[in-house]
Design a protein around this ligand. Structure first.
Ligand SMILES: Cc1cc2nc3c(=O)[nH]c(=O)nc-3n(C[C@H](O)[C@H](O)[C@H](O)COP(=O)(O)OP(=O)(O)OC[C@H]3O[C@@H](n4cnc5c(N)ncnc54)[C@H](O)[C@@H]3O)c2cc1C
Length: 343
């Protein structure tokens, strides 16, 4: 049995710990602040693809991960007895003008090849239902690859699934075996210390939760705003993207602007009360891609960081490739994600 110590109980640390436990490893999981204390303790939970064109390793990895997500989260739900709030309910996006409509048609074609027939990207007419966003052209992009989950519920379900296997989140413990650092922005700051260039940075995001039941409807992406109909009778709205900020965990008028945009796009939300406001710092690696692999300067230590805006969507496949590396010394990490490329 391989001993693994995972430091950090955000979505990366929890998912990797879960995959290692499933494969029979003895895992120690440490987070002084508890599960979901960092960027993973939020509200939004869009599992949405990059556009199907200009294919690259990041998009291919993301496609695999989004396609794996249903099985991954079903397994977590079965063992934990808790719902992560996962549903592959697709996404609708308004099409603002003729040029965007032409691009959308081209992407519908490229999606057929790039998504291997496992999901569609198609153009559909705006309809008269109250969940169909206003679209200047009268047309919407619908994709059937996008899914959603509830980040806090997903983190809670993973922590419970791990606990059912005897792995609880400890505040501190000695390292046992190989050590994985999945410590988000704290980890990026530690990696950057003493270097001429930062290895990554934090990008603040603010999000809100509204009381409105649209569970089962597709998520919407309108004018840069995610509108996520969770299955518990709430709708998440997000997010701001702030490179400069005074406080990491406060919300302000920038979030009000995002809420206003969402209410304008979907009038049925106009009177929906705001029941939560939340801010977090996304860990962004210098490459903007996930940063995965062996820590070059510290034998026996490993890194999983840089989830940035898509950490939840990437987590199932990241768990897989990191467990391959930790347990079997198999490197299935795309070169552009490899930690070594950032050093
Ligand atoms: C507003 C907002 C909206 C977002 N929306 C989405 C979305 O819709 N879809 C999506 O896929 N992603 C989204 N993201 C991004 C996603 O939340 C992140 O990519 C993801 O949470 C990163 O996970 P992580 O485990 O790497 O980091 P974190 O969740 O930050 O976890 C790091 C953990 O490490 C712990 N830690 C720190 N130092 C130590 C130490 N020395 N020892 C042990 N533990 C330590 C911390 O307490 C923390 O719990 C959003 C982020 C924000 C802020």
């Amino acid at each position: 049995m391989v001993d693994i110590t995972v430091r950090g109980a955000g979505i990366f640390g929890l998912s990797i710990a879960w995959e290692c436990v499933r494969r029979g490893a003895a895992v120690t999981l440490i987070d002084p602040s508890g599960p979901g204390a960092g960027s993973s303790g939020g509200l939004v939970g869009a599992l949405a693809p990059h556009v199907p064109e200009n294919w690259n390793a990041k998009k291919a990895f993301q496609l695999d991960s989004l396609l794996m997500a249903e099985t991954f989260w079903r397994g977590v739900a079965e063992i934990s007895g808790r719902s992560p709030g996962y549903l592959r309910s697709g996404r609708l996006q308004p099409i603002p003008n003729a040029a965007a409509l032409a691009r959308a048609h081209q992407r519908a074609d490229t999606a057929k090849t790039l998504w291997q027939g496992r999901a569609v990207w198609e153009i559909v007419p705006q309809d008269k239902t109250d969940w169909s966003p206003q679209s200047p052209t009268g047309w919407l992009i619908h994709d059937s690859l996008s899914a959603l989950l509830h980040p806090r519920q997903a983190v809670g379900a993973l922590a419970t699934a791990l606990a059912r296997h005897g792995v609880t989140v400890e505040q501190e413990a000695p390292d046992r075996g190989k050590v994985l650092w999945a410590t988000g922005i704290t980890g990026l700051a530690a990696l950057s210390a003493g270097r001429s260039r930062a290895m990554g940075t934090g990008v603040k995001g603010q999000a809100a939760l509204l009381r409105h039941d649209a569970g089962g409807a597709p998520q919407l992406f309108v004018d840069g705003v995610h509108i996520i109909p969770h299955q518990d009778g709430t709708v998440a709205i997000g997010s701001t993207s702030e490179n400069n900020y005074a406080a990491p965990d406060t919300t302000d008028g920038q979030l009000d602007d995002v809420i206003t945009k969402a209410r304008a796009a979907v009038p049925v939300l106009a009177q929906a009360p705001v029941i939560d406001r939340w801010a977090g710092i996304r860990p962004r690696a210098r490459s903007r891609a996930p940063m995965l692999g062996k820590w070059p300067e510290r034998p026996g230590h490993f890194i999983a960081n840089g989830g940035f805006k898509i950490g939840f969507g990437m987590a199932p496949k990241i768990a897989l490739v990191m467990a391959d590396l930790l347990l079997e010394d198999l490197n299935n990490i795309p070169d552009s994600f490899d930690v070594a490329a950032s050093f």
